[in-house]
Write a protein that binds this ligand. Structure first.
Ligand SMILES: Nc1ncnc2c1ncn2[C@@H]1O[C@H](COP(=O)(O)OP(=O)(O)OP(=O)(O)O)[C@@H](O)[C@H]1O
Ligand SMILES: [Mg+2]
Length: 229
């Protein structure tokens, strides 16, 4: 298994308000080449689930195995390294850095690895080319359309050749054409052996997924298993 999550819980507590059970007992396994989609109403815990699964936020309970590594039982330094090398993350709000150009944005995840080399930069250029962004390579995110930004975010997520890709509403802001383009890239990643966990309301994606899970109030409430395409 590339990703195995087991009994995850995350309850947010803010001030005196009562706690929000954002994730309330979720388990899931994703193997190589598998694409799993999660859908459900706004606020049901999808982003929280992705952040925890991607090593970005500690759960209150439960475990996340990325390959063999139990992500929240290892030191934060080791976890960061695991995350940067094995996880690609496309955030719901992209989080591109506004004052640097596309090439520099795509290279961000390589910075801490002390592996910078001409070949890393070449891979970034190749990804940018693959995502049809070559003629925007020295533009800054603010100078791009939403669909272009979405593709930059995807290129950045893939730069370190992750084994698992997490994507939060990767087509949420896109027109039909650009949604198809992004979906094609994500499917290619899975077809090449990557594991994918994505949050989406897009029925086209759910239909392409190997498993499509419904979430409500922090729990999985249904699982439409599709035949493997
Ligand atoms: N940092 C936080 N502190 C307190 N409550 C939070 C925090 N982040 C999220 N929540 C609450 O936890 C619940 C789950 O939030 P989450 O962002 O995971 O939902 P979501 O399913 O991704 O929603 P959407 O579809 O709108 O993106 C929501 O009720 C939200 O208000
Ligand atoms: Mg969300």
């Amino acid at each position: 298994m590339e990703l195995r999550i087991n009994g995850l819980k995350k309850y947010y507590r803010t001030g005196k308000e009562k706690e929000v059970k954002a994730v309330d007992g979720v388990s899931l396994e994703i193997g190589k080449g598998e694409l799993v989609s999660v859908n459900g109403p706004s606020g049901c815990g999808k982003t929280t689930l992705l952040l925890i699964s991607g090593g970005l936020m500690n759960p209150d309970h439960g475990e996340v195995f990325l390959g063999e590594k139990n992500l929240y039982r290892i030191s934060p330094d080791v976890r960061d390294r695991e995350r940067v090398t094995k996880v690609g993350f496309v955030f719901q709000q992209f989080y591109l850095v506004p004052y640097i150009n596309i090439l520099e944005n795509v290279l961000i995840p390589t910075i801490g690895l002390n592996s910078y080399s001409a070949s890393v930069e070449q891979r970034a250029r190749d990804l940018i080319d693959h995502f049809n962004l070559s003629d925007r390579i020295d533009h800054k995110p603010g100078e791009l359309s939403t669909g272009e930004r979405q593709r930059v975010a995807l290129a950045r997520a893939l730069i370190n050749r992750p084994s698992v890709l997490f994507a939060d509403e990767p087509t949420g802001n896109l027109d039909d054409y650009n949604a198809e383009v992004v979906l094609k890239y994500i499917s290619e990643f899975a077809a090449d052996g990557g594991a994918v966990l994505l949050v989406t309301h897009d029925k086209r994606i759910s239909r392409q997924a190997h498993r499509s899970v419904r979430m409500k109030d922090g729990r999985f409430v249904g699982d439409d298993t599709n035949p493997v395409k």
